[in-house]
Design a binder for this molecule. Structure first.
Ligand code: SF4
Length: 305
């Protein structure tokens, strides 16, 4: 109870300050439940990118990780984009630097780069087009027969190659949270919940997606759950999504493939930090204009698909 009171006090303060600052709070599906609950929009990377381009707010508080706040700054350059914890990075995005990408492009002349949004603005600026887990298959399909380098997530890239039956050069990056999920976790949960349907994120290893019934982005999982006949769903992605799945699907049961799939970076943001961000207008994430100009073409190409 004391915690609940503390949270409601914080929420009240956040809401009043948000109004004063004319701020909009964008929250990723992997955030803590109480942080998701104060979001004006809660979604996956693609949905939040679209919102960032649309909202036209003087202040955007981005409850997610650093590359997401950068994408919001690219798409909404006149807004002040605040990241409540500047240390909230993405280890997968850090697995490729712009220097490494430039060197790889030299090694593979004529290659076109498809860049998962989980990457820095500087890396996006060196890429031809961005994609998210929701639209990666369509983005690669739109590239025709070109020779493609897919960065930085090898598993999402591999999943696309299997869906489209084509080859691509895959950068050897991965998400340290999704690789914690094992195929055996899904097999064990299926034994515990006979008749359950398993939904896996394409950032999971191929042996995990192979035993899942559906491979979907988090936005895709939410849409699937709304109309699914199954009463129990096993969720193979970061466990933060379970909050929304349960909240929006009363009467259905959602269980994680494993409780180990928790992204410590996503969980860095708390209600206290959201309040401080609004009080102190910190920490602003601003993409330098020259990088923005080049990165925006890759992001816009994706959004126009
Ligand atoms: S879940 Fe994985 S890809 Fe997403 S922010 Fe965390 S480390 Fe990065």
């Amino acid at each position: 109870m004391p915690n609940q009171n503390k949270n409601s006090e914080l929420v009240e303060k956040i809401l009043s300050l948000k109004e004063k600052r004319k701020a909009v709070i964008l929250t990723h599906n992997y955030q803590r439940p109480e942080v998701q609950d104060i979001g004006d929009f809660v979604g996956d990377s693609l949905e939040l990118s679209r919102k960032a381009a649309e909202v036209n707010a003087p202040v955007i508080v981005f409850c997610g990780v650093h590359f997401m706040a950068e994408t919001a700054s690219i798409l909404s350059p006149d807004s002040v984009v605040l990241l409540p914890d500047v240390e909230s990075g993405c280890p997968m995005a850090d697995m490729i630097t712009v220097e490494q990408l430039i060197a790889k492009k030299k090694e593979l002349p004529g290659v076109r780069v498809v860049c998962y949004v989980n990457s820095s603005a500087a890396v996006k600026a060196e890429s031809d087009i961005c994609c998210t887990s929701a639209n990666a298959v369509n983005v690669v399909r739109s590239m025709g027969e070109s020779k493609i380098l897919f960065i930085p997530d090898q598993y999402l890239g591999y999943y696309v190659t299997t869906r489209l039956r084509r080859d691509m050069y895959l950068w050897p990056g991965f998400c340290p949270t999704h690789v914690k999920i094992q195929a055996q976790d899904i097999i064990d949960q299926k034994k515990r919940y006979p008749g359950a349907v398993a939904l896996a994120h394409p950032e999971c290893r191929p042996e995990v997606t192979a035993v899942a019934d559906e491979v979907l982005s988090t936005g895709g999982m939410l849409r699937y759950a709304r109309t699914a006949q199954a009463e129990v769903m096993i969720i193979a992605t970061e466990t933060g999504i379970l909050h929304r799945l349960k909240k929006e699907n009363f009467g259905k049961t959602f269980v994680p493939a494993t409780a180990k799939a928790v992204c410590p970076n996503m969980k860095r943001i708390t209600l206290e930090k959201v309040l401080w961000a609004l009080e102190e207008m910190k920490t602003e994430v601003k993409v330098p204009i020259d990088v923005r100009k080049r990165a925006i073409s890759a992001v816009d190409r994706m959004l126009s698909l």
